[in-house]
Design a protein around this ligand. Structure first.
Ligand code: NAP
Length: 274
């Protein structure tokens, strides 16, 4: 599948066995990435910048933003960071408007910021439930809605990625609020894709397996759990943020222009086995 194919300039005939290497290129595209200062979001920011995109990351922690930006600017000098707490849901519309005023249109939106509270279901308080659902689900919807509203108004195309989890599909103890938020996001991917396809806005999910990040540090540092992850994952290891970045580049590229409403599991085979 080559550039010609993806732009539709020249359709290859069936049986015309002329494969050209796909060169994934995001030059001229601008991406907004929540949670882009660490872990999976940073892996995605790195990969998108390497593919030529201008990247604007969002995080609450100024120091983490600065550190991430230092690396990103080494790849592409046109990368920026914004400090914002996405759990301030009523402020998201205003925040997004300001971000667009400052940086212009975002062709790509990656929703990666997320949190969890690991507790048995009967011990989760309403406040804790709302914290997880608020950040993971509601803030993702509101930010994505604002992004799409702006693109639709400008008659511009766009592509959005939402980071889900194995917990959108299966459960393990202490994941009730987190799993509920991620399963809802999985359906949101489909609903948004269907609503906005006619505007040339694509929405897809990436569902990572167990990836070594700040969020999973308590799990990784538990030798028994860590061993269980390695044994339970057919490819026999924890994932890295760099395992996710290239998949995001593909989904954002023109080579994926016929893919919307789907979720790719990047999980080392975790869901394929019992
Ligand atoms: N690691 C895994 O195994 C795994 C597996 C499946 C899915 N995921 C998902 O991947 C996503 C990223 O997680 P991660 O593992 O990469 O963890 P991480 O390294 O802790 O990253 C979390 C990111 O979210 C940002 N963030 C958190 N709360 C925020 C808020 N209220 N407002 C704005 N930004 C906020 C953090 O930046 P600040 O601290 O600066 O705000 C940070 O950049 C999450 O959605 C998580 O559910 C992770």
């Amino acid at each position: 599948m080559g550039k010609e194919h993806s732009t539709g300039k020249k359709n290859r005939l069936p049986g015309e066995n002329q494969l050209t290497a796909a060169v994934l290129n995001l030059k001229g595209k601008q991406a907004l990435i929540t949670g882009g200062n660490s872990g999976i979001g940073f892996g995605i920011a790195n990969a998108l910048a390497t593919a030529g995109a201008t990247v604007v990351i969002i995080g609450r922690n100024g120091r983490k933003n600065e550190l991430a930006l230092k690396t990103l600017k080494g790849i592409n000098n046109s990368c920026y960071a914004l400090r914002f707490d996405l759990s301030r849901i009523e402020k998201i519309a205003e925040f997004y408007k300001d971000a667009e005023k400052e940086y212009g249109t975002f062709d790509i939106l990656v929703n990666c910021a997320g949190t969890t509270i690991r507790k048995r279901a009967d011990r989760i308080t309403l406040r804790e439930w709302e914290k997880v659902i608020g950040l993971n689900l509601t803030s993702t919807f509101i930010l994505t809605r604002e992004w799409a509203k702006s693109l639709i108004k400008k008659n511009a195309a766009g592509t959005c990625i939402i980071i889900l989890s194995l917990m959108s599909e299966v459960a393990r103890p202490t994941t009730a609020a987190y799993g509920a938020s991620k399963a809802a996001l999985r359906q949101l991917v489909r609903s948004l894709a269907v609503d906005w396809a006619k505007f040339n806005i694509r929405v897809n999910g990436i569902s990572p397996g167990y990836i070594k990040t700040e969020l999973t540090e308590p799990l990784y540092n538990d030798p028994e759990f860590s061993k269980w992850v390695r044994q339970r994952t057919p490819l026999g290891r924890w994932g890295k943020p760099d395992d996710i970045g290239p998949v995001a580049v593909f989904l954002c590229s023109d080579e994926a222009s016929f893919i919307t409403g789907h979720t790719i599991f990047v999980d080392g085979g975790f869901l394929a086995t019992i």
